[in-house]
Design a protein around this ligand. Sequence first.
Ligand SMILES: Nc1ncnc2c1ncn2[C@@H]1O[C@H](COP(=O)(O)OP(=O)(O)OP(=O)(O)O)[C@@H](O)[C@H]1O
Length: 492
Amino acid sequence: MKNHVEARDVVKRFGPTTALNGAKIAIAEGETHALVGRNGAGKSTLVSILTGLQRPDAGEVLFSGEAAPALADRDAWRQRVACVYQKPTIIPALTVAENLFLNRQSAGRLINWRGLRARARELLNTYEVDVDAQALAGDLTVEQRQLVEIARALSFGARFIILDEPTARLDGPAIERLFTRMRSLREQGVTMMYISHHLDEIYEICQSVTVFRDARHVLTRPAADLPHDELVAAMTGEATTAYEARTRTPGDTVVLSGEGLSLAGRYQDVDISVRSGEVVGLAGSASSGKVGLAETLVGLRKADTGTVTVNGTQVRQGDVPAAMRAGLGFVPEDRHHEGFVPLLSVGENATFPIARKLGRYGMVSPTRRRDKAVEMIKNLDIKTEGPDQPVGDLSGGNAQKVVFARALVDDPTVLVVINPTAGVDVKAKQALLGAVEDAVDRGAGAVVVSDELDDLRICDRVLVMFHGRVVQDVPRGWADHELVAVMEGIEE
Ligand SMILES: Nc1ncnc2c1ncn2[C@@H]1O[C@H](COP(=O)(O)OP(=O)(O)OP(=O)(O)O)[C@@H](O)[C@H]1O
């Protein structure tokens, strides 16, 4: 089969970091090809080169055997390739129609809005995207936004689509719908490159797999000929065993409680209490209300009724600093907005909660901050040049680890983590789950909000939410299909 896309001997350096070191990939026409590797292996850097956003220091990119266009020729790139990222690339304040035709209005001509809306509707119909052309892009769900991005790519004529961790913020049924669409695109001859840290997805949707490790190509193989263990070993360079969740006996002290919590449109009449030495899971589909509830517990959101008590102190709702002063550490759902400040260093981000404690009179001693940051970098295995590097320069999974470091740095009494392992590789996932269990072994109480069964396995019990209510308190020892059935509201 002909190669639709090829990258040969690509080198890309950022200061002292070599992100790609003679890496290569060859993607056959019409296949869905997985690219996997640990956090920082160079996957996103390759995406930026394959989409013409960055120039490699050495090496070349070919589309259907021909050299890639000049970097400045954006139209030529748009006709060849598009990428659906985890982070939206459509503009939230514009309508779907405006987003679809952005960069396409003919120069110097007035925009015909009525015509534009009609063409947008036609385009959405052609690609079977059930979204209102006049809706604001910012009001779309993650799933709808991705569909619009795919339709936009296809309408530019691109026959190659990169999906970079597209399922990270989708729930189970939405993932299945995305896969159905990907299968149908493949039947229409569209070539895809698929990046994910969920290895089961790779086996479900991809025909071939390429593994990168430490900026280099390690192997390319048909997915059917690559056993799971071998794939993990290729990514990590060593044999890795599955994470063993620990057992423990929770204490008697309640360290976090929410009583009578309701928030219109999100959740109703929720009571939750977490004891010292206990991990409580919150599970449920995207509309279950679990994230809204967790955001209320940490102070990112205010409930209409009810109270939140952290470590014996009833905290004012919607006041994150107050919750943190009472002993809370948290990992938010959206690391880009609430998780870190990209221009600040790894050290500054990771040690932010203890800034007041590190020095006298609110002054932070740089040496002490640095020492603490170095310790967190080591404990969580964060791949960085060092504590002074801006977090914005780190790979996605490593930025997530910095957010984790911030949650843990002040030895919290209560830890609330929302989708804690999103974007994190198999091995790093184990380190992060281990860090939650360590904090709980030291006496903290934790809430783990996640769609990932592997994350929920460390919980002593899982509260399953459905349409804004807690419908079941499931003790440890559940089978996967049982928990999924409760989450999806199916009685077994
Ligand atoms: N703009 C930049 N400046 C400095 N270093 C960078 C920059 N972009 C990427 N890097 C570095 O290049 C390396 C590869 O990063 P990349 O984002 O490609 O990894 P990745 O495989 O996509 O990881 P992840 O799975 O975490 O998303 C990392 O060490 C990262 O810190």
